[in-house]
Write a protein that binds this ligand. Structure first.
Ligand code: FCB
Length: 466
């Protein structure tokens, strides 16, 4: 390795490296320990919804195999782990009795992390809403805010002596729009006012959960996770510039502005018109509750052009914008996603400049390729290594240029159930054979583990942190 490559990899001493997963995507055990039905159980049961007609009933069977999975994580030198908690496991009917077995499961999971020197980072809502709550209106109903805050309080009380890092929500944009406007995720609705009400209630519930978690867990550090994209206009025509600004507004600013105390952006409020959500007195104050970090999930940039018909898929016409692809920019196995590490760099600097969050964590970044073991069993996923090398270098450069980034979580530790794509997309650095549940470490996991152990807080030092 050359000197300059060496310097490239010199991250700040307290920078943390981790991996991420989500409950529905890996756990399986869908009806065990008294778990209630989630909207994803219901949605995936309809054969038209998931590309390979699969579901998350077994997934990676992590519910039963977590000890072995965490052994592997520790052996790779990965000492920070972002996981999510399934609300229907903890409170099967949403706001009623707490399931002792459900809480015990997460208790054991957290203890198993700590026993291996792995620091836990818990996401409270990564999209698996109890189905009964959906039956009562789901996140479109204001009452769901209170049910969620109670759930957050129950979990923080039980785990808060050991879990200090909390994420209230994962990607409100995806949950609200893909689930309630494009119909591609649970609960599979297609209605703009509903999407905007859902997004609003998610944000209010985030703000209300922050003080509840703080009260239940002294020393907690709390943030919300947004998926952000770097947006560029397809040309300098005024219409394309406006389309790019609209996409940026709907995707990025709509979710960042209120969290940082600015309410909703005026240009988007005007665009949405009567579809805009009802904002109750005090909502914006609640949403802007001081947090400890902003979580940024980054996968791609988008080049946008004006197009009244949208991007073809139902619901996209709402934004009168279409994505344009340049033939010379590589795309991942996730077809819509250009591989664009400079977008991560620009996004981090933009967030730093425009919002000055108290700290930034990259809470997801990664890529899907159709990896499978070769004749000798190894998985040489060079494209993923290349992706990770370029994106971690983008983070490094952003830090040099002033972004206060404290850590990076790779999506994902394991291949898993990729929502509407089922098991057809493999984001893991560890391969999962879904027939046998055998795990195979990909080359990228070794590469990433080496980066992490060279640069980060040491394994076994789970109390040391950013
Ligand atoms: C993000 C989700 C995560 C996973 C990755 C690929 O939008 O948070 O669960 O699906 O995309």
């Amino acid at each position: 390795m050359t000197d300059s490559a060496d310097r490239m990899l010199a991250f700040p001493p307290a920078f943390l490296w981790g991996t991420a997963t989500a409950a529905y995507q890996i756990e399986g055990g869908w009806n065990e320990g008294g778990k209630g039905e989630s909207i994803w159980d219901r949605f995936a049961a309809d054969p038209g919804h998931i590309a390979d007609r699969s579901d998350g009933r077994v997934a990676c069977d992590h519910y039963h195999r977590f000890a072995g999975d965490l052994d592997l994580m520790a052996a790779l030198g990965l000492s920070h782990y972002r996981f999510s908690i399934a609300w229907p496991r903890v409170i099967p009917d949403g706001d009623g009795a707490v399931s002792a077995a459900g809480l015990d499961y997460y208790d054991r999971l957290v203890d198993a992390m700590l026993a291996r020197g792995i620091r836990p980072y818990a996401t409270l809502f990564h999209w698996d809403l109890p189905q009964v709550v959906q039956d009562r209106g789901g996140w479109a109903a204001r009452a769901t805010i209170d049910a969620y805050v109670r759930y957050a309080d129950v979990v923080a009380r039980r785990l808060g002596d050991r879990v200090k890092d909390w994420m209230t929500h994962n990607e409100p944009w995806v949950f609200a729009f893909v689930g309630h406007l494009f119909g591609g995720h649970a609960p599979g609705l297609r209605d703009l006012p509903t999407s905007l009400a859902v997004a609003h209630h998610l944000l209010v519930s985030h703000g209300k959960a922050v003080p509840a978690i703080r009260a239940a867990c002294p020393g907690a550090r709390i943030g919300i996770v947004h998926n952000l994209e770097w947006v560029e206009p397809a040309s300098d025509r005024a219409e394309d510039v406006a389309a790019a600004r609209r996409h940026d507004g709907a995707f990025n600013r709509w979710f960042l502005d209120p969290v940082f105390g600015r309410g909703y952006p005026e240009d988007l409020l005007a665009w949405y018109g009567a579809a805009a959500p009802a904002v109750a007195p005090g909502d914006f104050d609640a949403i802007a509750a001081p947090a400890d970090f902003l979580g940024v999930n980054y996968y791609t940039r988008r080049v946008m052009a004006h197009d009244p018909a949208g991007r073809g898929a139902a619901g996209r016409e709402v934004f009168a914008a279409r994505q344009v692809y340049w033939p010379f920019v590589p795309r991942a196995h996730f077809d819509e996603w250009e591989v664009a590490p400079e977008g991560l760099y620009r996004t981090l600097l933009r967030v730093q400049r425009d919002y000055q969050p108290p700290a930034i964590l990259v809470t997801e970044n990664g890529t899907s390729w159709p990896d499978r073991p070769g004749p000798y069993g190894a998985i040489h996923d060079m494209l993923r290594i290349r992706y990770l090398a370029r994106h971690t270098a983008a983070v490094w450069q952003a830090i040099q240029d002033g972004a206060d980034v404290r850590g990076y979580f790779l999506w994902s530790f394991l291949d898993n159930f990729e929502w509407g794509f089922g098991y057809t997309k493999r984001f893991g650095v560890v391969h999962v054979d879904y027939e046998t549940q055998q795990r195979t470490v990909k080359d990228s996991a070794r590469w990433y583990g080496a980066l992490a152990t060279r640069n980060a807080l040491a394994l076994g030092d789970a109390n040391a942190t950013w």
